[in-house]
Design a protein around this ligand. Structure first.
Ligand code: C5P
Length: 220
């Protein structure tokens, strides 16, 4: 069974997807972490982020896996390295959004995401899961929230990690990343026609999780 959770940055996808996966005892595939890891590797190697074929080749050469660590946290492992907060910096957020517009890269990651998702019942979170990666997913959810709420959540997350964060700047970055993700030609951020919309602006995490579990129980 495949549960697809898509939506813009800061709509609560990661937290919600993690909880839903735990409740269902499904594996969790955070596809944003895959894009972020490719971006991080490309930045580390000082590659030109505009060089789409080279970025796609890099992605195709990497091995990705998800595993739960001792704390029960879902971790992306790339070529044996457990990926952590190094892929969550503003620089890597921007770089991942830039490279994700390359059709060559999206194509290289398509089968990787499908193979990971098909290993077991899965919750996948991303931008194009319900539209492109698993268009026949059993359940499709599109999470949204107002720009201000999404920015505030990002700021809270960054401050929790001990990082400096300014609401106005984070808001501007989120709006810019959404624009880029929605306007790109290849697999843009878009609600699937058959997705269930959930606006998380005024709901708490438990309420959103309960709504999704209800959709799963009712078979999408
Ligand atoms: O979800 P997250 O913020 O970690 O994703 C980082 C970036 O990766 C997004 O801004 C988007 O550009 C890209 N992405 C994508 N398709 C996905 C997941 C993420 O294009 N399925």
């Amino acid at each position: 069974m495949i549960v697809a959770i898509d939506g813009p940055a800061g709509a609560g996808k990661s937290t919600i997807a993690r909880r839903v996966a735990r409740r269902l005892d499904f594996q969790l595939i955070d596809t944003g972490a895959i894009y972020r890891t490719v971006a991080w590797r490309a930045v580390e190697a000082e590659m030109n982020l505009e060089d789409a074929p080279a970025i796609a080749e890099l992605a195709a050469s990497l091995h990705f896996d998800f595993k739960r660590d001792e704390q029960g946290e879902n971790r992306l492992i790339c070529d044996g390295r457990v990926m952590g907060n190094e892929i969550r910096t503003p620089e890597i957020s921007l770089a991942s959004s830039q490279i994700s517009s390359h059709p060559e890269l999206r194509q290289a990651l398509l089968q990787i995401q499908r193979d990971l998702g098909e290993r077991a019942s899965s919750v996948l979170e991303g931008r194009d899961i319900g539209t492109v990666v698993f268009p026949r997913a059993d359940v499709k959810i599109f999470l949204t929230a107002s720009n201000e709420i999404r920015a505030q959540r990002r700021v809270d997350q960054m401050r929790e990690r001990g990082e400096a964060a300014e609401l106005e700047q984070v808001l501007a970055e989120i709006v810019e990343r959404d624009r880029r993700d929605s306007e790109r030609a290849a697999a843009p951020l878009k609600r699937a026609d058959d997705a269930v919309d959930i606006d998380t602006s005024t709901l708490d995490i438990d309420q959103v999780v309960a709504k999704i579990l209800e959709v799963v129980t009712n078979g999408g």
